[in-house]
Design a protein around this ligand. Structure first.
Ligand code: SF4
Length: 462
């Protein structure tokens, strides 16, 4: 259960939150909790102390729906008073069939409805000052990194995806509102901003890239302009925050953000969900920005910023994928030399167009291709990480351990090539006693395996 600290105001109603799914759902959970706290609610750290429990569900894959139903069942068993929201909320009938006891079901992005439901089933106590006290926003991530959601929904219609049905068409936030939120986060201690959406490179397409005044300048709602402004923010120690772009599709204008990495305004990292490489598969998948020459562009990007880290995800066993298509993907990966790769076996999602496609790939072949994909990508990852041994890297600290019997302290962090939760880690030995989460240290890399790096801070290097 994801929780924040409880309050001590007497009779204050308490809300528990179980947040499932992707970072976009986590941002929704934070917004809901921020709003509820402004309405006078406290957060309960456990089921037992909660007057009502919110379950923010994920409904993307059938396996995620199953997990959501289990979480709802657990919350009902432990507390009994449960409100369901999030992507799976679009399937209220399925939820009520499995768990008739739920108090209310609201869909993704329906902040008003979920807040109204909490008001109905756990009316707020009317404390005299609660509404007047300004409170910082609720964050469910550690203080030193934050997800920054720039838009909701998506204008594409990828054959395997139901996000546009769940979350609607692209709706971009105003650029000044995004920048204000980022500025607030950085002022409150965020050192790393993770820009998320369904399609970050399409930011502002729906508003015709409407410009807004920001600190006396006109700034367009456009990925490049936004990235430049985010890179211009300063943390308390005067450094620019790390800014990572996630869910970027390789439209031609993505080339424009690479020079920002060379200027140090943007972290040299791009998360591009390619999903496949074979043109026929991409066509059947109806992927956006499916164009040739991606390999050439990767090469150009690396010429501008040689240490750029590219993360991506790929699906094997999409309907109609032949052995030749799959080999094309493996050859492409050998050439692309991506830094981080997530692999998935195609899984039909209820309501997706792909389910009706002919030539579904048998499970055994999916498994076999998945194993081959993982073998290739692990080999590439191992070689890339080995090449970092002996180098100096900046490492942002996520966790500091307790001293061992010799008094040595270890810490876990990430390099600029590693986003939280999805990429590798850097394990540091012999960090100083004053090191804390959020510190950014210079470290020498001493060793590597297939996913992670091992090193020592330069100040403590022996
Ligand atoms: S781009 Fe495709 S996969 Fe991504 S949210 Fe839109 S429809 Fe889904």
């Amino acid at each position: 259960m994801t929780t924040t600290s409880p309050s001590s105001i007497p009779d204050q109603k308490k809300v528990g939150m179980v947040s499932l799914g992707c970072p976009k759902a986590l941002v929704d959970s934070e917004r809901i909790l921020t709003r509820l706290r402004a309405d006078g609610y406290a957060m309960s750290p456990d089921y037992a102390g909660a007057d009502v429990v919110l379950v923010n569900t994920c409904g993307f894959l059938d396996s995620a729906k199953e997990e959501s139903l289990q979480a709802i069942g657990e919350a009902i068993a432990e507390n009994g008073r449960v409100i369901v929201t999030g992507c799976m909320g679009e399937e209220a009938d399925a939820i009520r069939a499995a768990h008739p006891q739920v108090l209310a079901v609201t869909g993704a992005h329906q902040y008003e409805q979920v807040v109204d439901a909490v008001h109905t089933f756990a009316p707020p106590s009317q404390g005299p000052f609660v509404d007047l006290i300004p409170q910082p926003d609720v964050k469910l991530t550690p203080r030193h990194y934050s997800y920054l959601k720039i838009s909701e929904g998506c204008n594409h219609s990828c054959a395997f995806c139901i996000i546009p049905d769940l979350r609607g068409k692209l709706a971009s936030r105003r650029v000044d509102a995004v920048l204000r939120e980022a500025e607030k986060l950085v002022a409150a201690g965020t050192k790393e901003l993770l820009v998320i959406s369904q399609d970050t490179s399409a930011y502002g397409v729906d508003t015709r890239h409407e410009a807004r005044d920001w600190k006396g300048r006109e700034v367009r709602a456009h990925m490049t302009d936004l990235a430049r402004e985010l890179g211009g923010l300063r943390t308390a120690d005067g450094a620019p925050p790390w800014v990572r772009l996630h869910y970027v599709y390789p439209y031609p204008h993505v080339d424009q953000v690479i020079p920002l990495m060379a200027e140090g305004l943007l972290t040299p990292y791009l998360d591009i969900p390619f999903q496949h490489a074979a043109p026929s598969v991409l066509k059947r998948m109806k992927r956006p920005a499916n164009e040739a020459k991606v390999l050439e562009r990767l090469k150009n990007w690396r010429e501008i910023r040689p240490d750029i880290a590219i993360r991506s995800s790929f699906v094997v066993g999409f309907p109609g994928e032949t052995e030749d298509d799959f080999r094309y993907l493996l050859d492409w990966l050998e050439e692309a030399q991506l830094d981080r790769v997530g692999g998935f076996r195609f899984e039909p999602v209820e309501g997706a167009q792909a389910n009706a496609l002919p030539d579904q790939v048998p499970e055994a072949i999916k498994e076999e291709r998945y194993a081959r994909l993982m073998e290739v990508t692990e080999r590439i990852s191992t070689a890339k990480l080995q090449a970092k041994i002996g180098r100096n890297l900046k490492v942002i600290i996520d966790e500091v351990g307790a001293p061992d019997e010799d008094g040595d302290i270890g810490a876990t962090g990430r390099s600029q090539a590693d986003a939280p939760e999805i990429d590798g880690q850097v394990f540091l030995r012999d960090v100083g006693p004053d090191v804390a989460p959020g510190d950014i240290l210079d470290a020498t890399i001493e060793d590597a395996d297939a996913h992670d790096l091992f090193g020592v801070p330069n100040s403590a290097a022996r």
